[in-house]
Design a binder for this molecule. Structure first.
Ligand code: EPZ
Length: 423
């Protein structure tokens, strides 16, 4: 079974370079469908979610070439859109193709993208918004067919912040007839990157990074070359590793300005932080302090995608910490796994209470999803003895090579094929 083995218990010392952002590049890859010609995407992370997205684009008759971190996508004739379920089902962000495909071809059939263990992850806001823009959607048992004779601008007031719905509606709006307003839009930096890419391609978008987007439809977009910004969640994951294990690390290219709530939380736990344009320096020399009252929130609040990593760090902090998860309904799946390592955690509805212990011991753990799996690896770097985290493929959805990165930071970890007991 694909796994990661960690010999834990030593402090970290070293530096690593932060990869391009998964959650920025996925909607940008979808956006290339709106553009006739060849787009070049630089600093594109080589992760399985990107490979799935590129396969989906190829299934739509795009030509995709890759040289290391540079991807070229040539979109000319788009075939009728029946996306291969094996990729749609595996990767939720396939729903992001919906807005772009409707703008380009006017017709899409797809199955509902998979939910995952962290939540049901419906797409009702996406479909409601597209219906307001002139799309007729026929929902069936396991999927839907969407048709439009032409997208029209509309005003959307999202009842709550949704990154994906904001991205899909932006992609549907940039070539629509008329003006689109999105109130209560997500403000995540990944929305800013998407809007920057589209604006460079000729789109007319105002308000990126604010809660109100105004998009005036244009006739066409032209090819661009764009460099994907560094991944703030990967940077925050490695920051949390230092909170777990102690030591001194430098994260080259870490987007410090996008990590302010995360840096404040780390400082509250006793980390020494230095921000610079080159990256982020973290030093943890003393035992970390507990952090009561942490709550996840949409940007610029504390990111839900770093909740598991900070949970792992809190298990070793001195005192009682609490975390409240406000975005997803089931994002504490790693609690039983951390308890196998000796962590003292109580789960109460969508909150956890953590009584810090002065040591964790290695254990055989199972990853069930991307960020929780990464958090188990972080815990393993701090635990005494050997930890094995199985289902490495979940982690490889978002981290190019977490083992190599952590080795550069001084951790002793490696990819292994864990023997599955003969049943
Ligand atoms: C994006 O997911 C990210 N994924 C997630 O990162 C991230 O956790 C999430 O935003 C929140 O920041 C990508 O960008 C590819 P949402 P998304 O729509 O767009 C509910 C990672 O680890 N909702 O903001 O799916 C939804 O169920 C991943 O990199 C509806 O109810 O998140 C959730 O509870 C995990 N109906 C909440 O809103 C809808 O139509 C926020 O979801 C849409 C969403």
């Amino acid at each position: 079974m694909d796994a990661i083995q960690i010999y834990g218990g030593n402090c970290l010392f070293g530096q690593t370079k932060i990869q391009g952002s998964k959650n920025a590049v996925l909607p940008i890859l979808a956006a290339t469908l709106l553009i006739d010609g060849v787009c070049e995407i630089e600093n594109c992370p080589d992760i399985s979610d990107v490979r799935h997205m590129l396969r989906l684009l190829e299934s739509l008759c795009c030509t995709v070439t890759r040289e290391k971190q540079k991807v070229k996508i040539y979109t000319k004739q788009l075939s009728q859109c029946e996306m291969p379920q094996e990729s749609v089902g595996v990767m939720r962000s396939s729903v992001m193709l919906l807005g772009a495909l409707l703008a380009r071809t006017g017709s899409v059939s797809m199955q509902y993208p998979g939910g995952c263990v962290i939540g049901s992850r419906p797409i009702d806001l996406h479909l409601q918004g597209l219906r307001r823009m002139g799309v007729v959607i026929e929902e069936k048992e396991d999927g839907f067919h969407a048709e439009t004779t032409g997208l029209i601008g509309a005003t959307h007031r999202l009842p709550f912040v949704s990154v994906g719905a904001t991205e899909n509606l932006v992609l549907a709006a940039v070539l629509a007839d008329g003006e689109t307003i999105i109130e209560n839009a997500a403000r995540e930096p990944e929305i800013g990157a998407l809007c920057e890419f589209l604006t460079q391609a000729g789109a007319d978008i105002e308000g990126a990074g604010t809660g109100r987007l105004r998009i005036k439809g244009v006739k066409r977009l032209h090819p661009v070359s764009y460099r994907v910004p560094p991944d703030r969640i990967v940077a925050g994951t490695y920051l949390a590793t230092c909170l777990c294990s102690g030591g001194e690390i430098f994260l080259q290219d870490a987007p410090c300005l996008q990590l302010q709530t995360v840096i404040q939380a780390a400082q509250a736990m006793g980390a020494g932080i230095q921000e610079s344009t080159e990256g982020l320096y973290i030093a943890c020399k003393e035992r970390r302090k507990a952090l009561p009252g942490l709550e996840t929130d949409s940007y610029p609040g504390f990111p839900t995608d770093l909740q598991s990593a900070f949970l792992a760090a809190m298990t070793l902090a001195k005192g009682k910490s609490t975390i409240r998860e406000t975005i997803f309904e089931n994002r504490f799946r790693i609690v039983p796994e951390l308890q196998k390592m000796g962590a003292d955690i109580q789960l109460q509805d969508n909150s956890v209470i953590i009584e810090g212990t002065d040591r964790l011991h290695g254990a055989l753990l199972q990853a069930e999803e991307l960020r929780g799996g990464a958090a188990l690896v972080l815990a393993g770097t701090a635990a005494e003895g050997v930890t094995v985290v199985t289902n490495r493929h979940f982690i490889e959805r978002g981290y190019e090579d977490i083992c190599l990165d952590l080795q550069k930071l001084g951790a002793r970890c490696k990819k292994v094929d864990y023997p599955v007991a003969d049943t």
